[in-house]
Design a protein around this ligand. Structure first.
Ligand code: PMV
Length: 322
């Protein structure tokens, strides 16, 4: 039996535009998913969800295991259907567990590539940003140039800080908003690629602000990113209301996180996290505080992953995945 866990995530800057080759910054959050996996003789697959079955079959094929022999138990603190990375955490924890049981753990970069394949069972084709965060933990720079290999690396953060994550009651799929935006891009490519370039500038500036601990600037960048996402048609009236509540309660910036169309918001609140969370709860939204940028942050509580993370940090700026 193998027990592995992986964290959820928020995208701080760059969702959607990351699908079009622009960079993005994301961070792991406190809620985690833990998987207990066993490979035996008894039939293992119990989920009625065809996406879970496809994910298991994809993962099992990587190790040459009969998927019917895999038994899994899931314990998750990560809200489902909110863009907080539960399916990526599942995919990463599943591959790590199977790798341990098969005695063939995947090397980090191969894990990212394979976990993206497994996660595609849930969302259709994804950029891979969610599995990069679930796998590496911490604050992640992610980029997948058009036609090229994805690159992911941990970003140095000057000071740890608090974020507030709040859930709208609108559940949505990733594929819905991604598909609707694709249709807009098809009809007005010039306009949307201008938005995308602007969004990429915000991400580059965000990297600088994180590196110097300039939270005022980071908050402005998050507000601007949210405005762009609204212009791209992926916000909702509820998400607009939530970001307004967060800003009025003292957040330095607030934006939708993930695909939008519902789901969650993230608010930057280094000094005011308690007030911001309370203000959102008072309006009926579930909210929690999560700390980002702690030096000891790990994706998976094993010595192994710590070594891998160090290797990636020391290897320089970015590493090709795949
Ligand atoms: O699954 P979500 O809601 O976290 O969305 C992932 C981020 C997108 O950029 C919208 C899609 C992708 O594949 O990168």
């Amino acid at each position: 039996m193998a027990v592995r866990s992986a964290p959820g995530k928020v995208i701080l800057l760059g969702e959607h535009t990351v699908v079009y080759g622009r960079p993005a910054i994301a961070a792991s959050i406190r809620p985690r998913l833990e998987l207990t996996v066993a490979v035996g003789e008894a039939p293992g697959i119990e989920s009625g969800d065809p996406r879970v079955r496809t994910a298991l079959e994809t993962a099992a094929a990587i190790y040459g295991i009969d998927p019917r022999r895999i038994g899994i138990g899931v314990e998750s603190e990560i809200p489902i259907g909110c863009g907080l990375g539960s399916s990526a955490a599942f995919s990463v924890a599943l591959l790590r567990s199977l790798g341990e049981l098969a005695g063939r753990p995947l090397e980090e970069l191969e894990l990212l590539r394979r976990a993206t394949e497994v996660e595609n069972a849930f969302h259709g084709t994804s950029s891979g940003i969610d599995v990069a965060v679930a796998s590496l933990g911490g604050v992640i720079w992610f980029e997948r140039p058009s036609g090229g290999l994805p690159r992911a690396s941990r970003l140095p953060v000057h000071d740890a800080f608090d974020l507030v994550v709040a859930l709208s009651d609108e559940r949505r799929s990733t594929a819905g908003p991604v598909g609707r935006l694709r249709e807009r891009v098809r009809t007005h490519p010039g306009l949307y690629h201008q938005f995308f370039d602007l969004a990429a500038n915000l991400v580059h500036a965000g990297r600088g602000a994180l590196g110097t601990g300039d939270f005022e600037t980071l908050g402005c960048l998050m507000d601007a990113a949210h405005g762009l996402l609204n212009s791209m048609g992926v916000s909702t009236p509820t998400l607009e209301r939530m970001t307004t509540i967060a800003r009025r309660a003292g957040a330095l910036g607030a934006k939708l996180t993930g695909a939008g169309g519902g789901g969650a918001i993230v608010a930057l609140a280094p000094e005011t996290a308690h007030d911001v969370a309370e203000a959102l709860r008072a309006e009926g939204f579930e909210a929690f505080v999560t700390r980002v940028g702690e030096p000891a942050e790990e994706a998976d509580a094993t010595e192994d992953s710590e070594i891998r993370v160090e290797e990636i940090e020391h290897a320089g700026d970015e590493r090709a995945v795949g």
